[in-house]
Ligand binder design. Structure first.
Ligand code: C5P
Length: 201
């Protein structure tokens, strides 16, 4: 039997950590759908046409190195505005959601477009300054030379592009629970998400 958990929200709100924890807690499979757009963006940086890149995607691509860089994130959010690219990635995501044993999908449009019938829906968010602070600390710890202001500008630009696009813009589904992690530590955020899912099982 399938059971789908849709987790949407902006970058660095805690979506990835929460999704992994929810999947582990309930024994569900997990798909980080941002990787599909990142793998497509990576191939476009390598010279492919966006639609050809999306269509050619196979599971192995998700394991490619280098998908976490700011350059690839930027390329991902540029290919993500192209309706044909989104369409080409749709069936893969729906098939993943329909698998037996439960699935967690995290992204921007899971609860609204990919899985509007998902049994549990969360929109994980946090104030832009808090998200930029978290990202800045991660980048600094990894040795990247950047400033808080530059990271905040990136966060705001990506939010604007994700919320402003015509096709599948980032927004909470009407029936999603909003989980604002601005003032929560990760354990409290995970506990809230687990409680939301447990109440719907
Ligand atoms: O979540 P992540 O930062 O890896 O996503 C990279 C980009 O891919 C996002 O900024 C967004 O533009 C796009 N994306 C999307 N729909 C999804 C997941 C990601 O448009 N479901």
């Amino acid at each position: 039997m399938s059971f789908t958990v849709a987790i949407d929200g902006p970058a660095a709100a805690g979506k990835g950590t929460i999704s992994r924890a929810v999947a582990a807690r309930f024994g569900f499979a997990h798909l980080d759908t941002g990787l599909l757009y990142r793998a497509t963006g990576r191939r476009v940086l390598d010279g492919l046409e966006p639609l050809a890149a999306a269509r050619a995607l196979v599971a192995e691509d998700l394991l490619r190195d280098g998908l976490r860089s700011a350059e690839v994130a930027e390329a991902a959010s540029r290919v993500a505005v192209i309706p044909e690219v989104r369409q080409a990635l749709l069936d893969f995501q729906r098939a993943f959601a329909a698998r037996d044993g439960g699935a967690v999908l995290d992204g921007r449009d899971i609860g609204t477009v990919i899985c509007p019938e998902a049994e549990a829906k969360l929109f994980v968010t946090a104030r832009a300054e808090i998200r930029a602070e978290r990202r800045f600390r991660e980048l600094s710890a990894a040795g990247a030379q950047t400033s808080f202001e530059a990271v905040l500008e990136d966060v705001r630009a990506r939010d604007a592009r994700d919320m402003g696009r015509a096709d599948a813009p980032m927004r909470p589904a009407g029936d999603a629970e909003i989980l604002d992690t601005s003032d929560l530590d990760i354990d409290a955020a995970v506990a809230a998400a687990v409680a939301h899912v447990a109440a719907r099982l």
